[in-house]
Ligand binder design. Structure first.
Ligand code: MN
Length: 231
């Protein structure tokens, strides 16, 4: 094929315990998917799930045992962490029934939905899209992918995040308002899902700001630890 520019290689995420790579197609994110986080953002009750996207190349790959280096982004003075369970799909489809949705899940990873909270707030206030708050470069640090065939189907387990060793977020993935199969099912009614799509499933309460030099560590039971320094 005769491209006029060299095409970008796919974003490839290491698979834990293997030399293989998982190619990322789209990055979907579920908004306000834990009740206590919805409350701290000024909302109550169980809304229908809602979604936003980040570009695939916003993923910052953090290899196993490595400390990812995320540059402090431009145009913000309120960069927030959001620790999330990330689900990666090996199969897609349209209108996937809830009871079949886990069959689409190839694996799980630890992810940070990094957010320019000041810009997101400004866009919300003006009724504008969230991209500048959510979809900036390297806004999605992501650890290695753990195959579901190895770790099983995750339905409960601690989710936590520390900044410089101090606990900031602590919950359980069973506290999601819309669990993983429900989120996949709902999303597949809006978009045809494809292998390679990944879904950030939302963050629990306790979000907050980080500064240059801070070290974020976070985890979900069974998936190890993700470590990122704000460079
Ligand atoms: Mn989030």
């Amino acid at each position: 094929m005769d491209y006029v520019l060299p095409p970008q290689p796919p974003v490839a995420v290491p698979v834990a315990g293997s030399a293989a790579l998982f190619p990322v197609r789209r990055v979907y994110c579920v908004g306000r998917n834990y009740a206590e986080h919805a409350k701290e953002m000024g909302f109550t009750g169980r809304e229908d799930p809602f979604f936003f996207c980040k570009p695939a190349d916003a993923v910052l790959v953090v290899a196993d045992g490595e400390t990812g280096k995320m540059p402090y982004p431009s145009k913000t003075s309120n960069l927030h962490y959001e620790m999330e369970l990330v689900v990666v799909l090996g199969k897609g489809g349209r209108d996937i029934p809830v009871d079949q949705a886990n069959e689409c899940v190839w694996g799980y990873a630890l992810g940070l939905d990094m957010t320019r909270r000041d810009l997101q707030g400004e866009m919300k206030k003006q009724g504008r899209p969230w991209e500048i708050g959510k979809a900036f470069d390297q806004s999605a640090p992501l650890g290695p992918i753990h195959p579901r065939s190895v770790v099983g189907t995750l339905e409960k387990g601690a989710i936590w995040l520390d900044v410089n060793g101090e606990r900031k977020q602590s919950s359980d993935i069973s506290q999601m308002l819309w669990n993983v199969p429900e989120s996949i099912s709902y999303l597949s009614g809006l978009f045809e899902l494809q292998p390679g799509d990944i879904i950030f499933t939302g963050t629990p309460e306790g979000v907050g700001a980080v500064r240059q030099g801070d070290v974020i560590t976070g985890g979900v039971e069974g998936l190890g630890e993700l470590r990122v320094q704000i460079a």
